[in-house]
Design a protein. Structure first.
Length: 42
């Protein structure tokens, strides 16, 4: 699969590429570093 090939190529260059299951629960950490933060809620 092209996606898995791309992940392996990234890892081969030293990039810390992670993969998982599409639509699965994810925990994301965000650092706002700038003068403006725009929050968009659906």
């Amino acid at each position: 699969m092209l996606y898995e090939y791309f992940i392996e190529k990234c890892r081969g260059t030293g990039i810390n590429a992670q993969s998982g299951i599409f639509g699965a629960h994810m925990e994301v950490e965000l650092l706002n570093d700038g003068p403006v933060t725009i929050i968009i809620e659906r």
